[in-house]
Design a protein around this ligand. Sequence first.
Ligand code: MG
Length: 265
Amino acid sequence: MQNIIYINHKRYLTLWMLFILTSSQLMADTTTEVKKEPWQLAAETEVWSPVPAPVTTPINGAPSDAIVLFDGKNLNQWQGAEGNAARWKVKNGALTIVPNTGSIKTKNSFCDVQLHVEWMMPTKISDHDGKILEGQARNNSGIFLQEQYEVQVLDSYQNKTYANGQAGSIYKQSIPLVNASRAPGQWQTYDIIFSAPLFDAVEKLIKPARITVLHNGVLIQNNFEIEGSTTWIGKPAYKAHGCAPLLLQDHGDAVSFRNIWIRKL
Ligand code: MG
């Protein structure tokens, strides 16, 4: 009798455990079966921080977080390339090279930057004897990032020269993708994104510089890997340096500049 009761009890227990197992399985199934609404699924990939800082962008003006290097009034941000006073001429909101007074550079140093520069070629394209200036001689200047890496400034409107030396070239290193030059006497723009090179403790290059350039809004250099400091003769090579000034080249021609601003990246 006791045995029968025991067996029944055992059976009862087994059944009960089976019931628990099945119902928990069912419960688990119903949990996974809860369908999310599309907005809930969409929310799973939304990222709400960090929040980008607001920047105001006036038409034809510098963004609110830019450092204005030339606002048409003075040369307060500039000095001569040798640390002397800058001697270029400020007139009617423009900065014009006084030929052979020397290149100028910013008083501050920069590393990774976004740079905006407007420049204009003189309409005079002949020398004192009336001979038409050609090639590199037709109103040459340059924008040197970190005093080393030149984005060529030249009158390349209907003026042939070596392609890796025309306006918008990374001088002697990279030909611009197209020639977006405007005629002399018209303002032109460069928008430049520059990543500075990195050197290790023993001055070995660990990351080359990179540069993207838009000329009058047109992409002409697309993330080009710079090969070293700009050189007129021979192959470019890197020499270690830290953050450094922006330099505008005096190549002996009265090229004008305006609206120069820079953003540290
Ligand atoms: Mg030049």
